[in-house]
Design a protein around this ligand. Structure first.
Ligand SMILES: [Fe+2]
Length: 301
């Protein structure tokens, strides 16, 4: 078996509005569109993901919150209906997905070896959260690649942000090591919004784009500053200011996916490709790609 590799990472945010705007058959509510700039960004990301031909997609979701430890989907076939508890009016999605249980178990074991509390989720009727589903649907609507789903342990909220994110860094290293041992060609997906200030009322209909804009200017400026650093490949500098970004822009990267993804990629000082940016109920969302094959840091299929 040849050595496995992380072949790319994507910042792949999960506002359920994007699925709602697409009107896929799996989602019950119907829309007249909306949030096109972000949906077109995902179209571009889908094309590059398709070229990469990964064996597995790994996603860390802020909306599968676990209080104790880092959990992993551990049932080969999961299906059911996922409903967003905040926006049940726009997201009621019938899902069916295949889990790469072997890889999930390997990461879970490795995370334990590295000192984290880690656990496999074995409930066959488990309702997969809308963050995991939205990210996966938007990046690969065919649902034909096995997945590893990882929970967001609440440590950044219980401990300090730095202590919590240090755990996500360990989780990323456990992920990388297990992928290498597995022989898989893996894509890591950080299901994170950037600035997370949002409106508390939605327009009628929700897809009325005349009402969509950043919730506040300071948060928007923070997003532009972070995106500028990422586009120039200043990853170390991004992580240096990440705690301030989290604090001042209420950024969702606090929940750990962004740190986990970069740790799994071993923090390459590599320019990210911005596929697009847009707001959803005022929050800032960027779809970005770090293609390690294109950069010569991983082998082509
Ligand atoms: Fe979220």
């Amino acid at each position: 078996m040849s050595k496995g590799e992380v072949i790319a990472g994507y910042l792949a945010p999960h506002p359920p509005h994007l699925v709602y705007g697409e009107n896929p058959p799996q989602n019950e509510p119907r829309s007249r569109g909306g949030w096109e700039t972000l949906r077109w960004a995902y179209e571009r990301a889908r094309a590059t993901l398709d070229e990469l031909k990964p064996d597995v997609l790994l996603v860390h979701s802020p909306h599968w919150i676990t209080q104790q430890g880092h959990h992993f989907l551990g049932v080969k076939e999961l299906s059911g209906k996922s409903v967003d508890p905040i926006f049940p009016n726009i997201f009621r999605y019938t899902f069916e997905l295949e889990v790469d249980v072997e890889l999930a178990e390997a990461i879970c074991h490795e995370a334990g070896q590295m000192g984290l509390t880690a656990k496999m989720m074995r409930n066959p009727k488990f309702r997969v959260d809308y963050g995991t589903i939205t990210t996966l649907h938007m990046i690969r609507p065919q649902w034909d690649i096995p997945v590893v789903g990882i929970s967001a342990n609440n440590s950044p909220y219980y401990l300090t942000t730095q202590e919590g994110l240090a755990e996500m860094d360990v989780l990323g290293r456990a992920t990388r090591k297990s992928i290498e041992a597995s022989g898989r060609r893996a894509v890591v997906l950080a299901s994170n919004t950037l600035c997370h200030y949002h409106f508390s009322k939605e327009p009628e209909p929700p897809e009325d784009m005349s009402q969509e804009h950043p919730e506040n200017m300071e948060g928007y400026l923070w997003d532009m500053r972070i995106i500028d650093l990422l586009r120039r490949g200043h990853i170390k500098e991004t992580f240096d200011i990440l705690p301030r970004f989290i604090e001042e822009a209420f950024a969702e990267v606090k929940s750990g996916a962004f740190t986990w993804m970069f740790s799994a990629m071993d923090y390459p000082e590599l320019a990210g490709e911005l596929h697009g940016y847009g707001t959803v109920i005022g929050t800032g969302n960027a779809v970005m790609e770090w293609n390690l094959v294109k950069a010569g840091l991983a082998k082509a299929a």
